[in-house]
Design a protein around this ligand. Structure first.
Ligand code: NAP
Length: 296
């Protein structure tokens, strides 16, 4: 990567809009051919306010591209058996192509047992053990939405991945680990850091592409970033004053990086868009069309 006077700000909303335009055409084509739209069921357990907002954004995004969506709301007291019964019902319903259980779940519900009950053919979040395994093998049908969005942003900007040093800060099952896996499969050399990494800066400074998903505002400051690096900020943090920021000191790091994603308006819009893409892929597969929704 070359030295720049200031980073190009990657406009996630713009890239998401472009992808959604293509998805809208595909959804309309499926409706015309099969007489029904692709359909997503979202299951929301409990009353977590941010989860409610995320679910409402997902429903709105579905409407935007012509995907039917249903939200099943269950009380926080719902037991495991009752939740699994709801999932089974959605698994059996042939009009439903994608099923998503909004996380986090109330503490008494075991996340893995719940996610593993979703049919692998409808697992549009890509969190079922089978889909996690196929991601490791490089044959994922439903890549997890946030890492998929990160990959698509890099591709949309024409940023090469093969041969690049990628450092992923954050090792969660839903963001950090799958992002590392996906970029490794694109032939990057990948290093994963986490909360127990000693001297984080000695790793981040080596990154040609730095992906940060720790949930810690201002974790990444300019002296931790190589001049000309591509910086993808996945973090979403609400400050006490109500402002939403990422994990990166945006104003400082943008002076040094070649590309940087803003928060909000970077990775976030892509995450929801990749959920739409995966739902269309699920519908296509159920209707016997093998092409993936995003052409990858
Ligand atoms: P998470 O499950 O809490 O995982 C955070 C990861 O960051 C963990 O691996 C943790 O290490 C690591 N970490 C924490 N503090 C660190 C530090 N000081 N130095 C290095 N690593 C550190 O969070 P998540 O679900 O992956 O989400 C991460 C962030 O991305 C959050 O802000 C979340 O809101 C945001 N997010 C955004 C989107 C989007 O669409 N833009 C989607 C999902 C999540 P340990 O493993 O050692 O604990």
């Amino acid at each position: 990567m070359t030295q720049t006077a200031g980073a190009k700000i990657i406009d996630g909303r713009h890239h998401a809009r472009q992808l959604r335009e293509a998805l809208r055409i595909k959804a309309a084509g499926l409706l015309a051919k099969f007489g029904a739209p692709p359909k997503l069921t979202v299951i929301l357990v409990g009353d977590d306010a941010p989860s409610r907002l995320y679910v409402s954004n997902k429903s709105k995004a579905c409407r935007d591209v012509g995907i039917a969506s249903v939200v099943i709301e269950l009380p926080a007291s719902t037991g495991l058996e009752a939740l699994l019964a709801v999932i089974e019902e959605q698994n059996r319903d042939p009009s439903v192509h994608g099923i998503l259980v909004q996380l986090p779940l109330p503490a008494h519900l075991p996340v893995h047992a719940v996610l593993e009950r979703i049919s692998v053919e409808k697992d549009v979040d890509g969190f079922h053990l089978y889909n996690v395994g196929s991601l490791a093998l490089g044959t994922a049908v439903f890549p997890p939405c946030t890492p998929y969005g990160v990959q698509k942003l890099l591709e949309a900007e024409g940023i090469p991945i093969a041969g690049q040093n990628v450092v992923v800060v954050g090792a969660s099952n839903i963001v950090g680990k799958p992002t590392a896996m996906m970029l490794m499969q694109k032939d990057a050399t990948v290093c994963i850091c986490h909360a127990k990494t000693r001297d984080l800066a000695q790793f981040t400074i080596l990154a040609d592409i730095l992906v940060v998903a720790a949930g810690k505002p201002n974790l990444i400051v300019p002296q931790m970033v190589k001049t000309g690096a591509v910086v993808i900020d996945v973090g979403i943090n609400r400050l006490p004053n109500g402002k939403v920021v990422g994990d990166v000191d945006f104003e400082g790091v943008r002076q040094k990086a070649s590309y940087i994603t803003p928060v909000p308006g970077g990775v976030g819009p892509m995450t929801v868009t990749m959920l739409l893409a995966n739902t269309i892929t699920a519908a296509q597969r159920m209707w016997g069309i093998s092409e993936t929704s995003t052409g990858t």
